[in-house]
Design a protein around this ligand. Structure first.
Ligand SMILES: [Zn+2]
Length: 187
């Protein structure tokens, strides 16, 4: 089993209900392979490496050789990102930025984003017809039009499930000595 999922901010830890999530993916008819070959990453900010393979950044793309600008723009608004299998790597990935979710509804917001990105994995693995698109290892970046059928489908999926499914729990905690050591280790 390979889920990496650790996130700590100064306000909260995030706990991931992996068992519940896997069960949910089974109910969505994903294969065991596709369930276990998906990594969940909770991150603070995107870097250029998160957008590897993105058409906008490739030669001829709108942001060719303007990667830094692209990442800056993504970091202002984008809460989640799905990456398909990227051979020879064996894992697809979901990247989530809990810090960007609004403070008063962080939990709901975060789970909604998580479900949206999860749907992209389902679309990809089950080759859903609403979501056929140009070939290649395309990345679902935010700059792509929101009215694309796969985005609408993902948004509807998240709307449908986010109130009944909370896979990521925010646990508030107070700053303690161990946090200061942790902060030091991170800097
Ligand atoms: Zn999307």
């Amino acid at each position: 089993m390979r889920y990496s999922c650790t996130f700590r901010s100064f306000e909260y830890d995030i706990q991931f209900d992996r068992t519940g999530y896997q069960q949910f993916l089974r109910e969505q008819e994903l294969s065991e392979y596709d369930i276990t070959h998906l990594n969940i990453h909770l991150i603070t900010n995107f870097t250029l490496s998160h957008f590897k393979g993105n058409n906008d950044l490739a030669p001829g793309g709108a942001f060719f050789q303007r990667g830094r600008e692209y990442v800056e723009q993504e970091n202002k608004t984008t809460k989640g990102l799905y990456r398909e299998y990227d051979p020879p790597g064996k894992y697809a990935a979901i990247f989530l930025r809990p810090g960007l979710c609004h403070i008063w509804d962080t939990s709901a917001h975060l789970n909604h984003t998580f479900l949206h990105e999860t749907r992209h994995h389902i679309q990809h693995c089950l080759k859903l017809s609403c979501c056929s698109r140009s070939p290649g290892n395309e990345v679902f970046a935010s700059l792509a039009a929101k009215d694309q059928p796969w985005e609408i489908d993902a948004e509807e999926f998240a709307d449908k499930h986010f109130q009944s499914h909370t896979f990521l729990q925010l646990v508030p905690h107070r700053l303690q000595r161990s946090d200061l050591q942790w902060m030091k280790a991170q800097s």
